[in-house]
Write a protein that binds this ligand. Structure first.
Ligand code: ZN
Length: 324
């Protein structure tokens, strides 16, 4: 069903202590924006703030948004949050049903990394890719997979959880209960831990014990600091091995690296490490890019999700079969 030119959609993203949102038109251009703190609160408080955010950016009459997408920091399956470590009040609650009832229009939930992946595939560094993997590099490692313009989150929402792919035999313990997960090597705490070990061993470096962070390590690596470069290279090797497996499994044609740690010094090494471990032709046909949308990706992706659901029906379920 073609959409009228005035159609618009709202995307919201529940972040770490904040709620951001926008109403966008069918081309993705922002028409109104919202950003407020979101303190930890009851489910009723969260629903009220989401409803208020929608009202704050909504248009009137034919310009009212047709649907609302919400990016959440957790696993989403069948339009329900099934696991949300930072906002456990959301777990298993029928948030989308409640919003749908209060707003009188479809409300769709999606994992935040999946929403960012959808936005990159639509308007960012994933444009033109048919098999797009977006990886967010920061404290943790998140990822989203977009196949032919649709998020592929798997039957139960776990697709793209590459932070818990095993990369190191007998590696460090991980928050998931396993050891040696990608996140233990490539997440910010892993960087700080390894830089700290290097300092204790008396490695030559400009890094300071009381000022170790992913940011200071990246800045030092950029200036050629040998210890910082080792930390970055170890991260790149672990990421490269995981990305090579992903390309081999899925025949990806686009890999987009985003998040606070995504920058040239890491990117170049990740591409090199992936190349070493991937079938040459599969590697040659896959393009690597740094993300283009930075902070706004989750909101834009959530709005895109709302648009897709409206265009292709089945708006009540986030991951219906063939919803594009
Ligand atoms: Zn893990």
């Amino acid at each position: 069903m073609p959409l009228p030119p005035a159609a618009s959609f709202i995307g919201l993203e529940i972040g770490n202590g904040s709620l951001r949102g926008a109403r966008v038109n069918i081309s993705g251009r922002s028409l109104a924006q919202y950003a407020e703190p979101m303190p930890k609160m009851s489910i009723e408080g969260i629903v009220s703030q989401l409803v208020n955010a929608v009202k704050a950016v909504d248009g009137a009459g034919p310009e009212a948004a047709k649907a609302v997408g919400i990016a959440v920091p957790g696993i989403v399956a069948r339009n329900r949050v099934s696991l949300c470590a930072n906002l456990s009040v959301l777990d298993q609650l029928p948030l989308a049903d409640e919003l749908n009832r209060r707003l009188g229009r479809p409300a769709l939930l999606e994992n935040d990394a999946n929403a960012a992946a959808l936005a990159e595939a639509w308007q960012g560094a994933g444009r033109g890719g048919r098999g797009v993997l977006y990886v967010s590099l920061g404290v943790g490692i998140g990822a989203g997979i977009v196949v032919d313009g649709r998020v592929w989150s798997g039957p139960n929402g776990y697709a793209g959880e590459i932070g818990h792919v095993h990369v190191e035999a007998d590696g460090e313990p991980c928050g998931c209960g396993s050891r040696g997960c990608l996140e233990t090597v490539a997440g910010a705490p892993g960087w700080v831990r390894r830089a700290g070990v290097g300092l204790e061993k008396g490695r030559r470096t400009k890094l300071k014990k009381d000022d170790l962070s992913q940011k200071t390590i990246l800045a030092a690596a950029d200036e050629g600091d040998p210890l910082a470069l080792d930390v970055v290279s170890e991260t790149a090797a672990a990421l490269g091995s995981t990305l090579a497996a992903a390309i081999g499994l899925m025949n990806l044609d686009r890999v987009v690296l985003g998040g606070p740690a995504a920058c040239t010094v890491l990117f170049d090494r990740v591409v090199e490490e992936t190349k070493k471990r991937t079938l040459p032709r599969a590697f040659a046909e896959c393009t690597f890019r740094l993300s283009e949308l930075s902070d706004g990706a989750g909101v834009l992706g959530a709005a895109r999700l709302a648009r897709i659901a409206t265009m292709f029906g089945e708006p009540q379920r986030a991951t219906p079969p063939g919803y594009m």
